[in-house]
Design a protein around this ligand. Structure first.
Ligand SMILES: CCCCC/C=C/CC(=O)SCCNC(=O)CCNC(=O)[C@H](O)C(C)(C)COP(=O)(O)OP(=O)(O)OC[C@H]1O[C@@H](n2cnc3c(N)ncnc32)[C@H](O)[C@@H]1OP(=O)(O)O
Length: 365
């Protein structure tokens, strides 16, 4: 059921009654959803770089892109409801407590109803994964593998699920130069993908919008992928002078089936030619479990996940092991090979030129 105008107004009143300050990120998100729900896509001129507060508000609203008004209204109501219930029953996981440090900067991690939700939270960069964010995702997954939850969910904040690797990652060159950077990146990539290969509990992706690059390839390591019909799936590796990672060179041909050749033309069209799939096409290829209309996506998916989270946790874990363990060794070998090939690609002219073109605003996907 969609949120009515009455639900929306009631949520606005509840915000005023919140006992705890929800923090700036959440306040910006509430502001953006409110503006989108009442006025539609961002229609204000972009404030100057030194007008920090209005720039942050503009960025948050603009990041919602063409999200429909009804969806924004529903998301606003859901967010307020999660804030009011979180002050009563749920725990905002403070990974800083585990690490003895601060909270995550680029993720929102919550645990409720037997489900740990890891939400990418850089909506103004379309949730591009920065170097720090790779580390945070690994930490959050490690914490989730040991917590009391039965299911772990990965999703995105804003209009994108994730725009893949942050292309600015390669501008931060260490004293050892670009070779050293490529080496460090290959190690980080191998560790990152390895964390997904070894994740012991059911892992579900709730793909709320477009997904690009590494956020698509690792979907082959999830146990279920639910997608909004706004989602798209794009792996533009050749456009960027890159090659596949996330074990997609192995999982995609397997998932998409050897329809006409043992290498699966569907997988190669995505991984070599960078064909972008709609959610429906990705579902037909087996990369997505089920597609939902955007207007009912969150409600339907979370209702289903809450029901699954009540299943016996040990049985789910063991079933996952039985399904996945035979493949683990192979997946780690594929991961190592893909990371090592990429270490070379990152130093190629093709890759350096494509990255420079994006960063100097000459190119976009
Ligand atoms: C390091 C080790 C691991 C490496 C693993 C390798 C993985 C490979 C990949 O993931 S390949 C995929 C890489 N991703 C991309 O190529 C996407 C690049 N982004 C775009 O083409 C577009 O931004 C878009 C199509 C995703 C969205 O376009 P739209 O017009 O809707 O929005 P903007 O372009 O205005 O985006 C808003 C701001 O966000 C910045 N941004 C978006 N994505 C990325 C990204 N991947 N990396 C860095 N920055 C990104 C964008 O530049 C805008 O910034 P601005 O407001 O300052 O202009």
């Amino acid at each position: 059921m969609r949120a009515s105008q009455e639900d929306f107004e009631s949520a606005m009143n509840q915000v005023k009654l919140l006992k705890k300050d929800p923090g700036n990120e959440v306040k910006l998100r509430l502001y953006a959803l409110y503006k989108q729900a009442t006025e539609g896509p961002c229609n204000m001129p972009k404030p100057g770089v030194f007008d920090f507060i209005n720039k942050a508000k503009w960025d948050a609203w603009n990041a919602l892109g063409s999200l429909p008004k009804e969806t924004a209204r529903q998301n606003y109501v859901d967010l307020v409801s999660s804030l009011t219930s979180s002050s009563e029953s749920s725990t905002q996981v403070k990974p800083g407590a585990d690490r003895g440090q601060q909270e995550y900067e680029n993720l929102v991690v919550t645990s409720e109803d037997g489900i740990t939700k890891i939400m990418f939270n850089r909506p103004t960069r379309k949730n591009a994964i920065s170097t720090q964010m790779y580390q945070e995702i690994m930490l959050a997954l490690k914490a989730a593998s040991k917590d009391d939850s039965t299911i772990t969910v990965v999703t995105g904040n804003g209009d994108y699920y994730c725009s893949g690797n942050d292309l600015a990652n390669f501008t931060d060159i260490p004293p050892g130069g670009v070779e050293e950077k490529a080496k460090q990146s290959a190690i980080m990539l191998r560790d990152f993908v390895g964390t997904f290969i070894d994740f012991p509990k059911p892992l579900v992706a709730v793909v709320n919008g477009p997904a690009v690059g590494i956020s698509v390839t690792i979907l082959g390591l999830f146990d279920a992928v639910y997608a909004s019909d706004r989602a798209t799936f794009h792996t533009p590796f050749s456009h960027l002078g890159l090659s596949p990672e996330g074990c997609a060179s192995y999982t995609f041909p397997k998932i998409m089936g050897p329809a006409k050749s043992c290498f699966s033309f569907q997988a190669t069209e995505m991984l070599i030619f960078g064909k972008k799939l709609t959610a429906g096409e990705a579902c037909a290829q087996g990369l997505v479990t089920e597609v939902f209309p955007d207007s009912t996506f969150q409600k339907e998916v979370w209702t289903r996940l809450k029901a699954y989270s009540k299943l016996p946790p040990n049985s789910m874990r063991i079933s996952k092991q039985v399904i996945r363990n035979m493949e683990k060794e192979k997946l780690h070998a594929v991961n190592a090979e893909e990371s090592s090939v990429l270490q070379e690609r990152w130093l190629s002219d093709e890759c350096i030129n494509a990255t420079m073109n994006f960063l100097s605003k000459k190119a976009k996907l």
